[in-house]
Design a protein around this ligand. Structure first.
Ligand code: ADP
Ligand code: MG
Length: 727
C-alpha cells in the first residue's frame, strides 16, 4: 500500500540531515546589523538632523517633512549598502498577521538609465490599496483607501533585501485599522497617568513606558508529515487523531535535551532574529512532545510586539529549510498541552525605576505599592475585558484545559504581597495616628527584604505577580499580543488616574499627602479584593468561588467579544482616546466574523476528511473482514460464530461507528445550512460555536474510536504517535 501516510513516513528516512553552520564570532558583533538603529542614524545623518530625530523619537513628537526627507535619504543609502533593492511599510492589519507591499527603489530616468530613489513623503506615508484587509466597516468599499504611516519609535530593518518601515495603518478618517495605532495611544495614556502618580513621590519622572517580555510557545512537526494532514494544512490544528499511548505523562520533554535537528533550526532562526535586533535570551523544550518556547529580553511594548511578529515570520520562513513546519496554533493536538504567549508586563520610568518592583526605602516602596494596587484594581474592574482581549477560536481550546489558566481573570500576588496587602487592610483605619503611620511605613519598608528570592510561583493563575512584573498567561500563541497590552495599559491608566484623583481629593480636604496616599492604597486593596486568588486556578472549586465573587468566566469566545462594546469598555477606551466606538465596533465585527469563518472552515475540513478519507478506509477494512468471515464459513460452516467471533465483533463496531460518522457529517451540513440563515454575524458566530463546534467533537470522537480498530496499515492519516515523535 502506498498511502499518503506511508509516503510521508517514508520521506523521513530518505532525507539527509540538514546542516546549518552558524555564523562565526560573537553574537554582539552582528546583533541588529540589519536594523537602522539610532547608532546608524547618527552615522548617516548630520548632527543637527540626528538630534532632532532622536528628540522626536524619544519625546513621541512629530517629525517635519524636511527632516523626514533627510532620514529617508539616509535610510536609503544604508539599506542599499546592505543589499536592499526594495522598501515597504510594514504594518499589522486586524487579521493578526503582518502586511507588506514591496516597491523598488529603482526609478528609470528619461534617458533610458535609472537611479535609486526614496523620499521623505514615501517614508512618512503610503497609500496601499487596502480593500482586502478586514476593516469591520471602518472603510466603505468605495473609499477603500487605507494609509500607512511611519512609526519612528520602532526602527526600520532589512529583511530579504527589503527595507521594512514599521508603520501604523489607518483609514481615510484617521480610524485605526491595525493594532499598532491603539497600542501607541494606550502607551501615551498610561504614560500620562503614571507620570502624574509618580509626581506624588518625586518630581523627576517625565516619562513612563510599559515594558513587555513575551514567551512564545510553538510546536514543530516534520513538513512531510504536516503535508499529509489536510486538517493541519488548512486549519493549523489536527481535527482528529487518537492520542498516543505515551505523550507528556512522564514529563520527559519539558526542559529536556533539545533534539539535534531542532537545535539547528533554533540556531538559524535565532541568528536571523539577532540580525534583526530581536534579543532572544531563552530557549527550551516545553511540556508537550514537539513543543518548544523562546523568549527575548523584555523591551518597550511597541518594539516587543513588533519583534514578536517579526520573529514569528522568521520562524515560519526558516522552518522549511530544516524540513520542519512551525505551528503557532493554540491547540494543534488534543490531549497534550496547547501553546500560549505569556506576556510579562511592567512599567518603567525614564529615571530607570521599575515601578513594579519594590524599592530600596519606605518611600519608594509606597510608590511601588501605589502602582501595584492600581494594577490589582485594573484587574478587578476590567478583568472580563482583559480576558476578552485574548479570546479566540484557537485559544478557547486551550484556556481552562487543565494546562492553561481558566477563562476567568484573577491575580496571584504571592504569599509576601498577600500578607502585606492583608495587614495594610487590617492595621490601617480611616483615622491614623502618627504612630500607626510610622508603623505602617516601617512595615512597608520591609517588603524587599522579605521578597528577596522569595517570589513564589503559581502556574495556575492567569495573571501572576512575579516579583518585578505581572505575567499574563492567557494570551494565545498565535495572536498579536498587542490587544491584551492595549487593554492592560488602558485599564491601568484608568486606575492610576483614579488613584491620583482620590489622593488629590483627600489632600484638598487637608489630609497630609503621605497619609492620603496610604489611605487610597488601602481603599484600592479593598476594592480589588474580589480579583485576588492565591490558590489552584485549575480546580473546579475556584470556578465556583469565582462565580460567587461575580468574576466572569469567558468560555464562549462569541460572548467574550461582547465585552468590547459594554458601556464601561466604551467609556474606558474613549476617555483615554485609545479606541473610539466605531473602532471598537469594527474590532468586534472582525473578531466575530473571524471566529465564524474559522469554525466554518474547520467543520468543512472535518466533513471532507470523514467522507473522503475515513469512511472509505472503514469500508476497505470492513470488506477485508467480510472476506475473511466468508472464508471461515466456507471451511467451517458450523463454526463461524466461534472462529470468526473477533471479526464479527469488529465488523459490528465498524458499522456502528461508520453510521455515527455519517450521521454527524450529515448533521454538520444541516446545522450549517440552518445557521447560515441567521442574518446577524455575531449571532451566527455564537450559534456556530454552540452547535457546530460540539458536533465536530462528536464526529471526531467516532473517528478516533475507529482509528483504534482499523488495521494500522489501512489508516490513511499520520497518527499522533508519528507526528509527535519524529524530530
Ligand atoms: P519564566 O518562564 O520563568 O516565566 P522566562 O525567562 O521564560 O521566564 O521569561 C520571562 C520574561 O519576562 C522574559 O522575556 C523577561 O525579559 C521578562 N521580564 C523580566 N523582567 C521584566 C520586567 N521588569 N518587565 C517586563 N518583562 C520582564
Ligand atoms: Mg518561560
Amino acid at each position: 500500500m502506498n498511502s499518503v501516510r506511508q509516503r510521508a513516513l517514508a520521506a523521513l528516512d530518505s532525507r539527509e540531515p540538514v546542516q546549518f553552520k552558524g555564523r562565526e564570532g560573537k553574537i554582539s558583533d552582528y546583533f541588529a546589523c540589519n536594523v537602522f538603529t539610532l547608532d546608524k542614524m547618527e552615522k548617516y545623518l548630520s548632527k543637527d538632523v540626528f538630534r532632532k530625530v532622536k528628540a522626536a523619537i524619544e519625546g513621541g513628537t512629530r517629525i517635519d517633512r524636511s527632516i523626514a526627507d533627510q532620514v529617508a535619504e539616509a535610510m536609503k543609502i544604508w539599506a542599499i549598502e546592505r543589499g536592499a533593492t526594495h522598501y515597504t511599510h510594514w504594518f499589522q492589519p486586524l487579521n493578526e498577521l503582518t502586511a507588506e507591499k514591496h516597491d523598488a527603489f529603482l526609478e528609470p530616468d528619461m534617458n533610458g538609465g535609472s537611479f535609486e530613489s526614496f523620499s521623505g513623503s514615501l517614508l512618512v506615508q503610503q497609500e496601499p490599496d487596502a480593500s482586502s484587509f478586514p476593516s469591520g466597516g471602518l472603510r466603505n468599499t468605495f473609499e477603500a483607501r487605507g494609509y500607512s504611516a511611519w512609526d519612528p519609535s520602532s526602527p526600520a530593518f532589512i529583511m530579504d533585501k527589503t527595507l521594512c518601515i514599521p508603520s501604523i495603518f489607518i483609514s481615510y478618517n484617521g480610524e485605526a485599522l491595525d493594532f499598532k495605532t491603539p497600542l501607541l495611544r494606550s502607551m501615551a495614556a498610561v504614560d500620562k497617568a503614571a507620570v502624574e502618580v509618580c509626581s506624588l513621590f518625586t518630581k523627576d519622572v517625565t516619562r513612563v513606558v510599559p515594558n513587555l517580555g513575551w514567551e512564545q510557545e510553538y510546536f514543530l512537526v516534520d513538513e512531510a508529515l504536516y503535508a499529509s494532514r489536510p486538517d493541519l494544512m488548512q486549519t493549523g490544528r489536527t481535527l482528529m487523531g487518537h492520542t498516543a499511548a505515551k505523550d507528556q505523562q512522564l514529563d520527559d520533554h519539558y526542559w529536556g535535551a533539545i533534539p539535534e535537528r531542532v537545535m539547528r533550526f533554533m540556531e538559524e532562526f535565532e541568528e536571523e532574529a539577532y540580525k534583526l535586533g530581536v534579543p532572544i535570551k531563552t530557549r527550551h523544550n516545553e511540556a508537550a512532545p514537539n513543543q518548544f518556547e523562546c523568549a527575548p529580553k523584555y523591551e518597550e511594548v511597541n518594539i516587543a510586539v513588533d519583534h514578536n511578529l517579526l520573529l514569528m515570520s522568521v520562524m515560519r520562513k526558516i522552518a522549511p529549510k530544516h524540513h520542519l513546519k512551525v505551528l503557532f496554533h493554540e491547540k494543534p493536538f488534543a490531549g497534550v498541552n496547547g501553546s500560549g504567549k505569556h506576556c510579562n508586563w511592567s512599567l518603567a520610568t525614564d529615571t530607570g525605576v521599575n515601578l513594579m518592583a519594590p524599592g530600596k526605602n519606605p518611600k519608594s516602596n509606597i510608590r511601588f505599592l501605589a502602582f501595584f494596587v492600581c494594577v490589582l484594581k485594573a484587574a478587578a474592574d476590567y478583568g472580563s475585558l482583559i480576558m476578552a482581549s485574548v479570546a479566540s477560536q484557537g485559544n478557547s481550546h486551550r484556556l481552562g484545559g487543565n494546562e492553561a489558566p481558566p477563562a476567568v481573570l484573577s491575580v496571584f500576588t504571592g504569599a509576601t504581597m498577600d500578607a502585606m496587602l492583608g495587614s495594610i487592610e487590617k492595621s490601617m483605619s480611616d483615622k491614623m495616628t502618627p504612630e500607626s503611620k510610622s508603623a505602617i511605613k516601617l512595615h512597608i519598608g520591609k517588603i524587599p527584604e522579605i521578597m528577596f528570592d522569595n517570589t513564589d510561583r503559581n502556574r495556575t493563575s492567569p495573571f501572576a505577580f512575579t516579583g518585578n512584573r505581572f505575567e499574563f498567561r492567557a494570551p494565545g500563541s498565535s495572536s498579536n499580543c498587542a490587544m491584551p497590552m492595549i487593554v492592560l495599559n488602558t485599564a491601568v491608566a484608568q486606575t492610576l488616574e483614579q488613584f491620583k484623583a482620590a489622593v488629590d481629593k483627600l489632600e484638598a480636604k487637608g489630609e497630609k499627602k503621605d497619609v492620603a496616599t496610604l489611605k487610597v492604597i488601602r481603599k484600592f486593596i479593598i476594592e480589588s479584593k474580589k480579583a485576588r486568588f492565591e490558590g489552584n486556578g485549575y480546580s473546579p472549586e475556584w470556578l465556583k468561588e469565582a462565580a460567587k465573587r461575580g468574576l466572569k468566566a469567558h468560555t464562549v469566545a462569541a460572548e467574550a467579544f461582547k465585552e468590547y462594546l459594554t458601556d464601561e469598555s466604551v467609556k474606558l477606551f474613549t476617555t483615554h482616546k485609545v479606541l473610539n466606538r466605531a473602532e471598537l465596533e469594527a474590532r468586534y465585527e472582525i473578531k466575530t466574523e473571524t471566529l465564524l469563518k474559522k469554525i466554518q472552515i474547520e467543520s468543512r475540513v472535518i466533513v471532507d476528511m470523514a467522507s473522503n478519507h475515513i469512511i472509505p478506509t472503514a469500508i476497505k477494512y470492513q470488506n477485508l473482514l467480510i472476506d475473511n468471515v466468508r472464508g471461515i464459513k466456507e471451511i467451517f460452516p458450523d463454526k463461524v460464530d466461534e472462529y470468526a467471533a473477533k471479526e464479527l465483533e469488529t465488523l459490528a463496531k465498524i458499522a456502528a461507528l461508520t453510521n455515527k460518522i455519517n450521521e454527524s457529517a450529515v448533521a454538520m451540513t444541516d446545522i450549517r445550512r440552518r445557521l447560515n440563515k441567521i442574518e446577524s454575524i455575531p449571532e451566527r458566530a455564537l450559534k456556530y460555536e454552540q452547535e457546530v463546534s460540539p458536533n465536530m467533537i462528536s464526529l471526531r470522537k467516532s473517528i478516533d474510536d475507529l482509528e483504534m480498530i482499523v488495521d494500522d496499515d489501512f489508516w490513511p492519516l499520520v497518527k499522533y504517535r508519528e507526528i509527535l515523535a519524529a524530530l
